[in-house]
Every structure is written in structure tokens, then in C-alpha cells.
Design a protein around this ligand. Sequence first.
Ligand code: SAM
Length: 259
Amino acid sequence: MASTRALALTRALARPRLAARARASERARARAWSIATHGPWNTKPLMMTEELYAYVLGKTRESEALRALREETSALRGARMQVAPEQGALLGLLVELVDARRVVEIGTYTGYSSICMASAMRAGGVVYACDKSEESFAVARRYWDEAGVRDRVIEKNGDAKASVVELIEEHGENSFDFGFIDADKRAYMEYYEALLKLVRPGGLIVVDNVLWYGKVADQAIDDKQTVAIREFNAFVASDARVSYSMVPIGDGLSVCRKR
Ligand SMILES: C[S@@+](CC[C@H](N)C(=O)[O-])C[C@H]1O[C@@H](n2cnc3c(N)ncnc32)[C@H](O)[C@@H]1O
């Protein structure tokens, strides 16, 4: 009788421990499944809904000049080439973080990103704005005036590759603090190599459209621009000359720091 009671008592005491063990092994099973399915990190990306994007825009600083430029540009051909406001804010912040005095922009269009960068510089800083479209420069000039940064921008009108070669000849290698690549996608590799010469160690090279409207991840798409960006991204991802992060903001910005 006594031993039956002792057995019952032992079982009663063991029950919570068994339950805890069962719960722990259930958690371990769930975690193993999650790792097998998704990887051990949080790989479920946050989906950018219309509501969430409106929220982001609502928390993005944008000057009156930039807002007006965005509105005017939205009616122009190629309007979607312009960087998004939250990308512009990040560009400005990065320029400020490296205290850039000399910036080169490859692909200026109507001037949105150049204004973001020029506004973030100290007096005396210069953005060399490279583009081959006089029509776009005509719009940009008005807004450089409106934003009060006209004296910080030097226009380089013509093929951007030639413009960067000129800048290297004029100022020397390692003489710039920051480069922004946002022109012809098929020439990204050439722009990148040229900027690796022009930008100093510790300086940044930032590249737009690295997600290319999502096409980079769709292997069924093999047009020349998509393939070029895909190859460029693969190259940068393993380029030991830079530290780098691919930031999924707007159409994707790769931020590279020259080592
Ligand atoms: C994506 S847009 C630049 C957008 C700009 N960064 C902005 O935020 O508004 C690309 C620009 O690159 C210019 N472009 C394309 N190929 C070029 C080249 N080979 N040389 C110079 N400019 C070029 C186009 O004229 C166009 O204005």
C-alpha cells in the first residue's frame, strides 16, 4: 500500500517535468522546421503595402523645392527614373556621415538626388552632376536655384564615362568622398571600376536600381539590363575591395565603402 502511494506521488511529481520536457521538444521541432524552411534568421521580408509606404513617406523629410521638383518630374517622360524620397533622404544622410566635400553623380536627370546630396554638404562642397541630357539639366538648374544649392553643383554634360575619366585626370585618384551611380544600367561595371579609382579609401559608392523592379530575382527574365544588373550585383557581393550592404529601399541601393 505504502509503495503504491509512493509510486503515485513520484508520478505526480514527475508530471510537470515531463510536460515541460514535452513542450521543449515541441519548440525544438518547430524551430528545426522553421530553420529548414526559412533559415535560422528572419527571412520573411516585410511586405511594403500601400499603407505602409504612405507611412514611410509621411515620416520622410522632403524640402519644398524637392516636393515641387517631384511633382513637375512626375509629368515628364522617364519620371520613374527619379530616386524615391526616402532614398534621397538616405543619400543625404550618407553624404553627411562621410562629411563629403566632393561628390560625383552619374545620372542626374531632373536633379532630385543631386539636391539631396548637395543640401547635405557643408559650404564649399561640390557635386559633379554627370548627365548627357541638356533637356534634363534645364529642369535641374531651376531646382538647384530653388533649393539654394546652385553654387554647389558643377555640371558635366556628356557621356558619364568620359566625364569620370576627366575628373580623375583633373583631381587625381582617391580624390572624391562619394559617388552615386544611377545611369545606363549596362555600364554599371564600368562606372563602378572608374569610381573605385576616383573615390578615396573610406569613401562611399552608392548604386541605385540594384533590385531592378524585382526582375533580378526572376530567372525567367533575361533582357540585357536585367542580366547586367544581376552580374553587377554578383560581382560586388564578392568584391573584397569594398564593404557593402544591399539596402532594399526604393528600387534597391547598394552602399559600398571603399576599403
Ligand atoms: C535614372 S536617371 C537619374 C535619376 C536621378 N538620379 C534622380 O534621382 O532624379 C538616369 C539618367 O542617366 C542619364 N544617362 C544615361 N546614360 C548616360 C550616359 N552614358 N552618360 C551620361 N548620362 C547618362 C540619362 O540621361 C538620365 O537622365
